[in-house]
Design a protein around this ligand. Structure first.
Ligand SMILES: Cc1cc2nc3c(=O)[nH]c(=O)nc-3n(C[C@H](O)[C@H](O)[C@H](O)COP(=O)(O)O)c2cc1C
Length: 175
C-alpha cells in the first residue's frame, strides 16, 4: 500500500474533480490518497508520502506560478519518489493536441521547469459559459469560434476522457 499525495492547482474546480477521481481510484486499489491545494502544500509533510502527483489547469495560456514555486522548492524530494504531472486545458479536446507530446501547454510546462515527471498526462477540461464572468465568456467564445468549438453561451460541457483518467490512476498505482 502506498501513501499518495495529489496536489492540485485549480480556478473553477475541474482539476480538483479529476484529482478526486484519481483519489477514488487509488483508494479502491488499496492505497491512500491525500488531496491538497498546491498553494497549501507548505502545511503538508510532503516527505512522508510515497508518491507525488501534481495536476494544474491552464488559464489564458498559463499554469499558475504557485505550481512552479512548489516544484522549485521541492525538486530533490520530487525526484526521489515516483511522481506524475498532468495539465488540464480545453485545447486538449482536439485529438491532435491531447497527448503530452502534442499538447502545447505541456510542452511549455517542460520548457519552464527542470522537473522531468516520470509520468505525464494531459486531460481536456470543462467549458462552462454560464459560470464565467462576462469578459472571460467573451474571450473564451472568441477562442472557441476560431478553433471550431462550441460558442452557444449556454454551453456546459466536460471534454474530459474519464477512461483516460482511470488509466492514469492505474499507472500511478503501478509506479
Ligand atoms: C478565463 C479562462 C481562460 C482559459 N484559458 C485557456 C487557455 O488559454 N487555453 C486552454 O486550452 N484552455 C483555457 N481555459 C479552459 C480551462 O483550462 C478549462 O476550463 C479547465 O477545465 C479549467 O480547470 P479548473 O476548473 O481546474 O481551473 C480557460 C478557461 C477560462 C475560464
Amino acid at each position: 500500500m502506498s501513501a499518495i499525495l495529489v496536489l492540485y492547482s485549480t480556478v473553477d474546480g475541474h482539476t480538483l474533480k479529476i484529482c478526486e477521481n484519481i483519489g477514488g481510484f487509488v483508494e479502491r486499489a488499496g492505497h491512500s490518497a491525500t488531496l491538497a491545494r498546491v498553494e497549501d502544500a507548505g502545511t503538508v509533510d510532503v516527505a512522508q508520502f510515497d508518491k507525488i502527483v501534481i495536476g494544474a489547469s491552464i488559464r489564458y495560456g498559463k499554469h499558475r506560478p504557485s505550481v512552479f514555486e512548489f516544484i522549485e522548492a521541492n525538486l530533490p524530494l520530487l525526484d526521489s519518489k515516483p511522481n506524475a504531472f498532468f495539465s488540464v486545458n480545453i485545447v486538449a479536446r482536439k485529438p491532435e493536441k491531447n497527448r503530452p507530446e502534442t499538447n502545447p501547454y505541456l510542452r511549455k510546462f517542460l520548457q519552464k521547469t527542470p522537473w522531468r515527471p516520470r509520468l505525464l498526462e494531459v486531460f481536456a477540461g470543462r467549458l462552462d459559459y454560464p459560470r464565467y464572468r462576462p469578459l472571460d465568456r467573451m474571450m473564451i467564445r472568441f477562442i472557441m469560434r476560431i478553433t471550431n468549438g462550441p460558442t452557444d453561451p449556454s454551453t456546459v460541457v466536460e471534454f474530459t476522457d474519464w477512461q483516460r483518467v482511470a488509466s492514469f490512476a492505474r499507472t500511478i498505482c503501478e509506479m
